[in-house]
Design a protein around this ligand. Structure first.
Ligand SMILES: O=C(O)CCC(=O)C(=O)O
Ligand SMILES: [Fe+2]
Length: 306
């Protein structure tokens, strides 16, 4: 993982710099994003560590993919025998922060709500800047992608807090904190608490460590963007393994912002010589909503909510 790029530069230059990263692994670190995640990490830590199991259960994940994912609930890679070693909380970006319709635990209300909402808005704005840069790097009109990412239309963008408890505090035999998967949307921003290792990407059949870079935001391309660009941008498989022995007494925390197109956006693969991308014919024309649910169904045959 060698790409570390300064976000604070004109979109035209940014587009030149990110092009190679998007076409090779689809993973890159962005520095100087201006997004401060410190408070959000604290809010997340308080929720996972100080909320009772029964209070958490009141907000159990819904069929709309919003709410609390209990430890042992999720299996990102269904070929694995053991569930992921993690807890999570999903905010539907539109329902939590635009419509105020997602029911939230007390700890996410008041000032904390404002902090979370601002963080989510900052991620959205950075996402728009990157989508402009993506379009320019492919010699397209600069609004080619952004016009399908309005902040208010129905969309599946999700802000997710992740909490991986200390390994020694769990009794599971599982070895993966997050099973191998690729993300589904346009792009993902991942904020990590920098001292805990474990994230890996699959490159040419080999798992490679992605070491955290302090104060940088990890960006990765999602499946829908890979399809949209006719396979030019890569949505790479990744996972989170248990950390080094010396770090196993500490939890890993991360914050993921999954940026998706509007549900009704029609996604067609650009001119391409590739016949299919991740099992889907490039002749197919789908809405972003249909695409997402097709991918979810293919990956999570055991999930009831799709
Ligand atoms: O927690 C992490 O570092 C990665 C999580 C991830 O890849 C995901 O939730 O999609
Ligand atoms: Fe992921």
């Amino acid at each position: 993982m060698t790409f570390t790029i300064n976000a604070d530069q004109p979109t035209e230059t940014l587009s030149n710099e990110i092009k190679e990263a998007c076409k090779s692994t689809g993973f890159l670190y962005l520095t100087n994003t201006g997004i401060d995640s410190k408070e959000v990490f604290k809010i997340s830590q308080n929720f996972f560590q100080d909320t009772s199991a029964s209070d958490k259960a009141d907000y159990r994940i819904t069929t709309a993919n919003e709410g609390y994912v209990n430890f042992g609930d999720e299996l990102l890679d269904p070929s694995q025998p053991d569930k992921d070693l993690k807890e999570a909380f999903n905010f539907g970006v539109k329902s939590a922060f635009v419509d105020n319709s997602q029911s939230l635990p007390e700890t996410f209300k008041g000032n904390n709500f404002q902090t979370l909402k601002e963080f989510s808005t900052n991620c959205y704005n950075l996402g728009i800047k990157l989508l402009h840069a993506f379009a320019l790097s492919l010699d397209l009109e600069s609004d080619y992608f952004t016009k399908f990412h309005s902040s208010s239309a129905p969309n599946s963008s999700t802000f997710r807090m992740l909490y991986y408890p200390p390994v020694e505090a769990t009794t599971s035999n599982g070895s993966l904190r997050a099973g191998a998967h690729s993300d589904y949307g346009s792009l993902t921003f991942l904020f990590q608490n920098s001292e805990i290792s474990g994230l890996q990407i699959l490159k040419n059949g080999v798992w490679e460590d992605v070491e955290p870079v302090p104060n940088a935001v990890l960006v990765n391309i999602g499946d829908i963007m890979e399809f949209w660009t006719g396979g030019q941008f890569k949505s790479t498989t990744h996972r989170v393994v248990k950390p080094k022995m010396t770090e196993q007494s500490k939890p890993r925390q991360s914050l993921a912002y999954f940026f998706h197109p509007d549900d009704d956006a029609i996604v067609n693969a650009m001119d391409t010589t590739v016949e299919s991308i991740k099992g889907l014919s490039t002749e197919t024309s789908l809405t972003a909503y249909e695409y997402l649910h097709q991918r979810l169904r293919a990956t999570y045959t055991s999930r009831k909510d799709v």
